[in-house]
Ligand binder design. Structure first.
Ligand code: NDP
Length: 328
């Protein structure tokens, strides 16, 4: 039998955690032959609720679930972690400025980066879901000097999946017939969902993008503001779809992306496409199961270039703000 993979989930008692843990334990993330040991990390106030979730996980009698433990100390929670999903974060409160938000999250992601550096497994792979995800990933990576930077990633897969869904509705084709969509930049309202290189059931995405009023007034803002639309409709933020995006991200990272396609992930920039090195930005990426590779050689028209630059400029501002706070 295979050795269980240790998966640490922070914010395990939250909404996303509740939608995520059962799918991990069922094998949806690491495959049907890989047993998992779940390590739930919460703040002390969240531990009791996490215990309740752990009881339900036990009651599912998942054949792949090799164990669950619960912690409120990052040094214990990340011990031996092969995969770490950093979901718990500090939400923006009323009257909170961006600097306050970055500082509050620095107080979470700096010690978590340090703990990952000290106690996680050598092959640890980190996905940050908690917002502001790209900059939280930058903080954690910067505080884990012994872990290769390419192991710290931020989730833009939900944005990617939202783009697929909108495009599928527009072109009236199944999502499975759409390939090579990209989310560029920050997981925020400035993100740029790019369909110029897409293949939409055999039709070039550029053909659909030629309808600029649809592209810029409908498609791009619908994808970028979908989270707010869901809060308005559901009375709560998206949780199951965020969890599903996280599952897709880790699954494709570990098991590989399909031939002829790519996906989107926030990764440590190597300077590709003019994105300054050392920002965690979303790119078109592939994996053969051994790490993310940025898809090279895509050409951008003026419209795309300006949108990518604007989102990257926001990442630069966030980086400068956390640098000024001494977090990186
Ligand atoms: P959720 O589980 O709904 O969300 C958690 C984080 O994911 C938030 O930062 C949220 O950002 C972010 N997120 C990213 N993408 C999405 C998306 N598409 N839709 C919604 N959220 C998204 O939050 P809860 O408040 O239910 O739970 C958070 C849990 O984390 C609590 O149990 C808390 O105790 C715990 N926590 C744990 C910490 C730790 O382990 N050290 C630290 C801080 C909190 P946004 O706010 O922008 O929606």
């Amino acid at each position: 039998a295979k050795t269980p993979v240790n998966v640490t989930v922070t914010g395990a008692a939250g909404q996303i955690g509740y939608a995520l843990l059962f799918r991990i334990a069922s094998g949806a993330m690491l495959g049907p032959d890989t047993p998992v040991r779940l390590r739930l990390l919460e703040i002390p106030q969240g531990v009791k609720a996490a215990e309740g979730t752990a009881m339900e996980l036990a009651d599912c009698a998942f054949p792949l679930l090799a164990g669950i433990d619960i912690h409120d100390d990052p040094r214990a929670g990340f011990d031996g972690a092969n995969v770490a999903l950093l979901v718990g974060a500090r939400p923006r409160g009323p009257g909170m400025e961006r600097a306050d938000l970055l500082e509050a999250n620095g107080g979470i992601f700096k010690p978590q980066g340090e703990a990952i550096n000290a106690v996680a497994a050598d092959d640890v792979k980190v996905l940050v879901v908690g917002n502001p995800a790209n900059t939280n990933a930058l903080i954690a990576a910067s505080n884990a000097p012994d872990v290769p930077k390419d192991r710290f990633t931020a989730m833009t897969r939900l944005d990617h999946n939202r783009a697929l869904s909108q495009l599928s509705a527009r072109a009236d084709v199944p999502v499975s017939a759409i390939r090579r969509v990209t989310i560029w930049g920050n997981h925020s309202a400035s993100q740029y969902p790019d369909i110029f290189h897409a293949d939409v059931a055999g039709r070039p995405g550029a053909e659909l993008a030629a309808d600029e009023s649809w592209l810029l007034e409908d498609f791009v803002p619908t994808v970028a503001k979908r989270g707010a639309a869901i809060i308005a409709a559901r009375g709560a933020s998206s949780a199951a779809s965020a969890a599903s995006g996280a599952i897709d991200h880790v699954r494709d990272w570990v098991l590989g992306t399909p031939a002829g396609d790519w996906t989107s992930a926030g990764i440590w920039s190597d300077g590709s496409y003019g994105v300054p090195e050392g920002l965690v930005s979303s790119f078109p990426v592939t994996s053969a199961g051994d790490g993310w590779q940025i898809v090279q050689g895509l050409e951008h028209g003026e419209l795309s270039r300006a949108r990518i630059d604007a989102s990257v400029a926001e990442l630069v501002e966030e980086r400068d703000a956390v640098r000024a706070l001494g977090l990186i």
